[in-house]
Design a binder for this molecule. Structure first.
Ligand SMILES: *[C@@H]1O[C@H](CO)[C@@H](O)[C@H](O)[C@H]1NC(C)=O
Ligand SMILES: *[C@@H]1O[C@H](CO)[C@@H](O)[C@H](O)[C@H]1NC(C)=O
Length: 379
């Protein structure tokens, strides 16, 4: 008893000295700059607008991730709403903003941390990747760099290092939703990528009312996704893909916002909604959610303008033509077919296509034992 009290005391002292908010002393547009967040330091019933400093760019201009924190009372769960790793996925950013502002901090149990531009360089460029002309140049997908290697080895892992150590991994989050969407020229429905092995991610699937839940088994070492990295430290996390690239879709944003409210209500952070329309929308959507575990990517072999023949969520059969490639005279020069039966989970919107572009994702249920847990792939 004595020993455990002592070790608890020691660990709490170490914990305190180890993870306190670090303010740089800078103030930008009235908001403080930090390099480390510890939710414990913030007062109850407070709203904080902060900048989280990330590595300077190639000409030494500083970069900051906008951060918002609402802390309520009763200790309670800690919910992380993340967005903005990719600069062409706007819907998710708006969901984070709307969800955050909908919360009354005086009635909130626990804390909500909201990140809008997780990769400020990609957002400023308006494209998926952070683009740099340093040395020979390159592109960085920040959300492929959470590989949990102990020290950063390049700009990609350096960009995630501070965020990981001083924001995402040190705040004992109860759950996280990392918002994404289709890339610039593509479209997704309302879609979740989630690890089936984790209890609370399965609960989030149930609460989602998403069109598709794509079941997977992730490993951060392979993928470098924040989702997989957080799951590995027992923070149940899903990647939420919301609609079209380069778009703000009011219907998708509202639908996703209602899902975030359901998670917070499920965690007893806020009361459940009493809005009858919202409840019936969810019940109708939930009945239609497809849980799929296998993915096939249909590609074009010849470059050209690609005209889709199917729409999102269409049911297709193996051998069915999903798109045509046409030449400059308008002749069809290739029929792109699906190899499998399934549902259209992604289809392009921008028709201009280099050869071997991902034209459509067709996803289905493969009952095989090896696929049961998700993550099967048909080349
Ligand atoms: C983390 O959160 C869990 C669940 O709320 C709690 O039981 C645990 O004590 C927390 N750990 C730390 C180090 O704060
Ligand atoms: C907030 O937490 C308190 C104390 O645990 C609990 O009584 C209350 O029901 C919670 N509020 C909601 C909205 O779940």
């Amino acid at each position: 008893m004595k020993f455990s009290t002592l070790s608890l005391l020691i660990s709490s002292i170490i914990g305190l000295s180890y993870s306190q908010t670090i303010y740089t002393g800078d103030v930008l547009e009235g908001n403080k700059v930090i390099t480390k967040l510890d939710i414990n330091d913030l007062p109850e019933k407070s709203v904080s607008y902060l900048w989280f400093k990330v590595p300077a760019n190639m000409v030494g201009i500083n970069s900051h991730v906008p951060l918002m924190v609402k802390k309520g009372t009763n200790g309670g769960p800690r919910f992380l709403l993340n967005s903005g790793f990719h600069g062409d996925e706007y819907n998710g950013i708006r969901v984070v903003q709307d969800t955050f502002h909908s919360i009354d901090e005086s009635k909130l149990n626990g804390t909500v941390v909201a990140v809008t531009y997780a990769s400020p360089g990609a957002i400023a460029g308006g494209r998926m990747f952070y683009v740099t002309n340093s040395a020979t140049g390159g592109i960085v997908d920040v959300n492929r760099n959470f590989k949990l290697s102990p020290e950063p080895t390049d700009i990609g892992s350096l960009m995630t290092d501070g965020l990981w150590k001083n924001l995402y991994s040190n705040n004992n989050f109860t759950a996280c939703v990392d918002m994404h969407g289709a890339s610039a020229g593509d479209s997704y429905p309302n879609l979740i990528y989630g690890d089936v092995r984790i209890e609370y991610t399965n609960r989030m699937f149930e609460l989602s009312g998403a069109d598709i839940v794509k079941l997977e088994i992730g490993s951060a070492k392979n993928t470098g996704y924040l989702e997989d990295a957080l799951n590995q430290i027992n923070v149940p996390t899903i990647s939420y893909e919301i609609g079209y690239g380069l778009s703000m879709q009011a219907d998708q944003i509202k639908r996703s916002n209602e899902f975030m409210q359901r998670i917070m209500a499920d965690l007893k952070m806020i009361p459940p909604t009493t809005d009858k329309d919202s409840i019936s929308r969810f019940e109708a959507a939930q009945k239609k959610t497809l849980a799929l575990n296998e993915l096939h990517i249909a590609k074009n072999n010849i470059g050209g303008i690609v005209i889709p023949c199917v729409s999102l969520l269409d049911k297709v059969e193996a051998g069915q033509v999903v798109a045509h490639v046409i030449n400059p005279y308008g002749h069809v020069i290739e029929e792109i077919k699906t190899k499998v039966d399934g549902y259209v989970m992604m289809i392009i919107r921008n028709p201009a296509s280099d050869p071997l572009r991902n034209i459509a994702f067709i996803s289905r249920v493969n009952p095989d034992e090896s696929c049961k847990l998700g993550g099967c792939f048909v080349p």
